[in-house]
Design a protein around this ligand. Structure first.
Ligand code: NFE
Ligand code: MG
Length: 567
């Protein structure tokens, strides 16, 4: 008899993600449902406000990739107003984006995803001397430099475990048999988990140098940036570069080494060798390396046809809400998209944990919409970005991908797996970090002859404007779409990476990437579904982004009158 498994919440941050699967008598997943159980409605909040405030408001969509929405909202307005901002501003925005990626991907791999791969309790039985030797296999200069340091890590965590309060280390274990690291490998990775807590702080400081603060930087305005003094201060520039060096060093000697180690240990683990079942991918241009040039190029791959990679046509994007808790009779292009809530609730049924309210898969079951490209579900994210650029022959990406495949001995097909998705994020971080220095140097050259950072926007309230912006956020392609009328926001839609990946089934019955990634997965024990958690975490879910404050009883929280044109 089929059994239903419910996992809620499944995310370790920014989360209201619920995943349910149905397994057959052999514990193989037959059906899967992905749902976000909280709606935020930021797109509705924006209506009737001044476009000059859009960036600051949309930035509140998220507490993780905050800068992505800030930049995307600001650039959507600039696009609508037909503005081309100064090159220095583009370089500075790109360097902030570099800082964001270095921070976000490290935090994801270690603190949000790492414990799906690393068994902390096992690290306590490791031999530190042996672990110091093992670490040399994955890099010439390990981060945890020797037996003494690894023993200290072990002692520190032992004290923690002995209190019986595992804190962040609880949750993921159940002694699941799909953990593959030896105790020594677990100890190496654990030492990096702790080191990454320090390194991510340095990366956050990088953002604050040009962004004013982190999270939620505040130096972008429609027309450019306000970090003028920082750009012209040799001390501030040097500070960014020094912090960059610290974080980039960790990426090469820690993050990369851990992925090589994971490829070796998990290379034969069936539950991580599937997980890429929607073989369509999309990514957009990002990271300015020179005027008009980007580190990553845009493109769409449909149904696994890498050779047929094509340019993105923004007209072919539409959001379907057949199984999402919104009203609309057909898929809508984001310029004309609506956001009208239509909550229909849960249905009670038997699960492996007894009777519970569960997702109503035949009807509506999520606050996430289902974006489609030419009617097709597509995966976005680091894996999509690397595949699009590999298919386009982008040399930096081709060299990085081939280098990692050579180092791990894995074939190119290994990319199309959960392990590949996790490795692609590391590789993207490494590329972004290295190439960010090109942008930094380009900025230094440009400011010798040009110190402009801003042009004044002209907004005529007698005119109507429409515009959009696309960028590559840490979780994948992000787009914001705006209509402006009488000087105010008339309509606004954000189509977000996690929405692309986590959306429910569409009108044609097609699953989104999360749901599809689970079909055919065999679980060791349906009551302890680590395999599901690992696959879903490999996408790096952010539900706050995906469903962009409501009272769950539907009551009004407060009423504000604003005059958007007030000076
Ligand atoms: Ni809240 Fe986000 C990213 C955006 S996610 S983290 O990356 O945009 O879908
Ligand atoms: Mg949206």
């Amino acid at each position: 008899m089929n059994q239903r498994v419910v996992i809620d919440p499944i995310t370790r941050i920014e989360g209201h993600l619920r995943v349910e699967v149905e397994v057959d008598e052999n514990n193989v997943v037959q059906k899967a449902w992905s749902s976000s159980t909280l709606w935020r409605g930021i797109e509705v909040i924006l209506k009737g406000r001044t476009p000059m405030d859009v960036g600051l408001i949309v930035q509140r969509i998220c507490g993780v990739c905050t800068y992505s929405h800030y930049r995307c909202g600001t650039e959507a307005v600039e696009n609508a107003l037909g503005m081309k901002i100064p090159l220095n501003a583009r370089y500075l925005r790109s360097l902030m984006h570099t800082s964001l990626f270095m921070h976000d991907h490290i935090v994801h791999f270690y603190h949000l995803h790492g414990l799906d791969w690393v068994d902390v309790v096992s690290a306590l039985s490791a031999d530190p001397a042996k672990a110091a030797q093992v670490a040399l296999k994955y890099t010439d200069k390990p981060i945890a430099a020797g037996e003494g340091e690894l023993r200290a890590v072990q002692e520190r965590v032992k004290g923690f475990v002995e209190t019986g309060k595992l804190g962040p280390f609880a949750n993921a274990y159940w002694g699941n048999g799909t953990y593959k690291f030896t105790p020594e490998q677990n100890l190496i990775a654990l030492s990096h988990y702790l080191k990454a807590l320090e390194v991510q702080r340095v990366a956050a400081e990088m953002m604050a140098i040009f962004g004013g603060k982190q999270p939620h930087p505040q130096s972008l305005v429609v027309g450019g940036v306000t970090s003028v003094r920082d750009m012209l201060s040799p001390a501030r520039l040097q500070e960014w570069k020094q912090k960059h060096a610290i974080v980039a060093d960790f990426i090469e000697r820690g993050y990369k080494a851990d992925i090589v180690m994971a490829a070796e240990a998990f290379g034969g683990e069936a539950s991580v060798l599937g997980g890429v079942n929607i073989k369509s991918f999309m990514a957009t241009n990002d990271f300015v390396t020179a005027d008009g040039e980007y580190l990553f190029e845009q493109g769409v791959i449909l149904k696994g046809d890498l050779a047929g990679v094509s340019d993105i046509n923004p007209d072919l994007i539409a959001e379907d809400v057949t199984h999402a808790w919104y009203k609309a009779d057909k898929p809508q292009h984001p310029y004309d998209g609506t956001t009208i809530p239509d909550y229909t609730g849960f249905v009670e049924r038997d699960t492996v944990y007894g009777k519970l309210p569960t997702l109503d898969g035949d009807n509506k079951y999520s606050w996430v919409k289902s974006p489609r490209y030419q009617g097709e579900p597509v995966e976005v994210g680091p894996l999509a970005c690397l595949l699009v650029n590999y298919a386009r022959g982008n040399q930096v990406v081709v060299d990085a991908v081939n280098g990692l495949l050579q180092r791990t001995g894995l074939p190119i097909e290994a990319l199309f797996t959960t392990l590949g998705r996790t490795a692609a994020r590391m590789l993207q971080t490494s590329i972004v970090a290295k190439e960010g220095l090109r942008t930094f140097d380009a900025l230094l050259t440009n400011i010798q002859s040009d110190d402009s950072t801003y042009i004044k926007p002209e907004l005529d309230s007698n005119k109507e404007y429409v515009g959009h912006a696309m960028l590559e956020a840490p979780r994948g392609m992000l787009s914001h779409w705006i209509r402006i009328k009488e000087g105010l926001v008339e309509n606004y839609q954000a189509v977000v990476p996690t929405t692309w990946n986590a959306g429910p089934v569409d009108a044609k019955g097609q699953m989104g990437p999360y749901e599809a990634s689970l079909i055919g997965l065999k679980l060791e024990d349906p009551a302890k579904p680590l395999e599901v958690i690992r696959i879903i975490h490999s996408f790096d879910p952010c539900m706050a982004c995906a469903v962009h404050v409501m009272d769950y009883k539907g009551q009004s929280l407060g009423e504000f009158r604003i005059d958007p044109n007030a000076r």
